[in-house]
Design a protein around this ligand. Structure first.
Ligand code: FEO
Ligand code: CA
Ligand code: CA
Ligand code: CA
Length: 583
């Protein structure tokens, strides 16, 4: 067993799995070390002050590492330096401010929140952040360029931007990807929650579109609408259309304007990951993370220009402006045997075939009754019309770097069932699905058909509804709610989880081989502190980075009653952080 484990793990990452736990700590295997790389509030821009929880200001936060870091990327730089890029998905004000009055937030608190969102770019030396000219904060007020087929559309114009090509800031950036040309893609996910007064919208077409994206009600929880009218739908209705995109950032050029790529459609984007086709075109794989939403693929018209020069990068950053956007339909090969309990069909696998249905190509719509601009801006409505398959919350969808197979984390869907929007099917085989599944697709991005199978049906291995790629379930670590995926140099899949409280323990990072007799042998590598979600993993042979997002975020906790003191200990407030782990 030891020999096969060594074959499975990447060099330097041989490990004995950790046990499930509820510690207020990052737990790593014996023989491994860990160190916090950077915490919320650590200064990254010149002149930014050190973190001071009780005296935070918007100006300080604009120069400091943001809140709730999710996706993490590590890019090469000359010498020993590395360039780290992080998403800051969201803010929970109760954890930022003591005595937070949710009915009456102050303007200063709201501006701190705006500054705590976005992304950070920070140079690392020996796993430590350094102040460097490449360092940068992207916040909710950073100018972005809207590009691609919907740029300049009337649907994107607002009082502040009559051109429909320039928007301010990015929000709820969840996962992402590193492109082969050295830029960062990042998904704007749950942007709906920031827009107030949808109730006041009388135009039924606009109201239907807002509702399809979950934008409803009166005042928002955060009350931002009191301090900037762009969050107020009674003032204007197009600002939400300027969020829900895949953004692209060139972290090598701190003066560059980041881009929102309308060609990749608008939904609650988890992230985007690129595969280069043999002919040089690129495919981007995309998930819309909400119950019963869809998986998408974009294939570019243009081809990649080799090299890492600024010129090549500028060319390659245009690849995602023009191409075809598709949505996925899945068909099982044993549909009559799927009873919603997760019982394996008699052919021994949840598997079948699928097809990518084109929705639009630049100015051409393939969806009846919708213009191409409408397809790009209201992509969910287009996918509904195309009859796409309703999935169990698609999170990361990522191609394997050598086999090209695509791995999709479908995190969970408690509403799956005969009474929900859709009953179980072979791709989403459990009703009331608490634990999620991981799908494998054999996709040739030059075509439209693929084969698929479930690699994992997650949960406690003692639960008969689980499946671990056919591996002996008595030997695997329990795993639930897969969210982010990554690959090591030996081609193994690594998975972080979000919501392991579904099994009563902390979230973590898991390794699973994909080939040979070890396929499906899930092993827990590390866990993050109580209340935290594990995300953004970077897996290198001698270094793992993981994001510990929202440590201490459990029911009843807040800055006046913290239940986590990670990472600083004592009586300190919890701080979302990036952690480095190595042997
Ligand atoms: Fe922000 Fe889809 O997890
Ligand atoms: Ca089957
Ligand atoms: Ca996620
Ligand atoms: Ca998630």
């Amino acid at each position: 067993a030891l020999a096969s484990r060594q074959a499975a793990a990447a060099p330097g990452l041989d490990f004995v799995p950790i046990q499930p736990n509820s510690d207020d700590a990052v737990v790593v295997p014996e023989g491994f070390q860990q160190q916090v790389v950077i915490r919320w509030g650590d200064p990254i821009l010149p002149g930014a002050p050190g973190f001071d929880f009780d005296n935070q200001t918007p100006e300080a936060q604009e120069g400091q590492f943001g809140y709730n870091n999710d996706f993490c990327a590590l890019l090469p730089l000359p010498g020993r330096r590395r360039l780290m890029v992080n998403n800051h998905e969201y803010v929970t004000e109760e954890f930022l401010f003591r005595g937070y009055d949710s009915e009456n937030p102050t303007e200063e608190q709201v501006r701190i929140s705006w500054a705590a969102h976005g992304l950070s770019v920070v140079v690392l030396e020996d796993k430590k952040p350094v102040i460097d000219p490449l360092n940068r904060r992207i916040t909710l007020t950073t100018p972005f360029e809207l590009r691609g087929p919907a740029a300049g559309s009337d649907l994107l114009k607002t009082p502040a931007d009559p051109t429909g090509t320039r928007s301010l800031g990015t929000i709820n950036n969840c996962s992402g990807g590193v492109t082969p040309w050295g830029t960062i893609l990042s998904g704007e996910e749950n942007f709906h929650q920031y827009f107030a007064h949808a109730d006041d919208v009388t135009d039924p077409v606009v109201a239907e579109r807002l509702a399809r994206y979950g934008i409803s009600g009166g005042d928002t929880d955060r009350k931002w609408e009191r301090f900037d009218s762009r969050w107020d739908l009674s003032q204007q209705v197009n600002e939400p259309n300027r969020f829900g995109w895949i953004i692209e950032l060139d972290p090598h050029d701190p003066s560059s304007t980041p881009v929102k790529h309308t060609a990749l459609g608008r939904f609650k984007h988890e992230g985007a990951n690129i595969r280069v086709l043999d002919d040089g075109r690129v495919a981007a794989y995309l998930g819309d993370d909400e119950k019963f939403e869809y998986m998408y693929r974009f294939v570019s018209d243009g081809t990649v220009k080799p090299g890492s020069s600024g010129l090549a990068r500028r060319h390659n950053m245009s690849l995602l402006d023009s191409g075809t956007l598709y949505v996925a339909k899945f068909t099982g090969d044993s549909p009559d045997e799927v009873d919603g309990t997760g019982t394996l069909p008699t052919d021994g696998e949840f598997d079948g075939i699928g097809e990518w249905t084109p929705l639009a190509h630049n100015d051409t719509s393939f969806v009846d009754g919708m213009t191409a601009e409408e397809v790009y801006v209201f992509t969910r409505l287009a996918a509904d019309k195309a009859g796409a398959t309703k999935m169990d919350r698609p999170e990361d969808v990522q191609p394997h770097p050598t086999t090209g197979r695509v791995y999709a984390a479908l995190t969970n869907n408690s509403d799956r069932g005969p009474d929900g929007k859709a009953p179980a099917d072979e791709a989403n085989p459990r009703n009331s699905n608490k634990h999620g599944q991981v799908m494998e697709l054999d996709d040739d991005p030059a075509g439209i058909r693929f084969a698929w199978r479930l690699l994992l049906v997650c949960g406690d291995p003692n639960d008969p509804s689980t499946y671990f790629g056919g591996y002996d379930k008595s030997q695997v670590s329990p795993i639930t709610c897969p969210d982010n995926v990554a690959f090591d140099s030996r081609g193994n899949l690594w998975i972080t989880t979000d919501s392991s409280e579904a099994l009563g323990f902390n979230d973590g990072l898991y390794e699973v081989p994909l080939e040979g007799p070890e396929r499906g042998h899930v092993r827990a590598f590390l866990s993050v502190p109580r209340g935290a979600e594990a995300c953004g993993p970077v897996i290198e042979d001698d270094l793992v980075l993981v994001s510990a997002q929202h440590p201490g975020e459990v029911d009843g906790a807040n800055a006046d009653n913290p239940v986590s003191h990670w990472p600083d200990g004592g009586t300190t407030q919890p701080r979302p952080s990036v952690v480095a782990v190595w042997r």
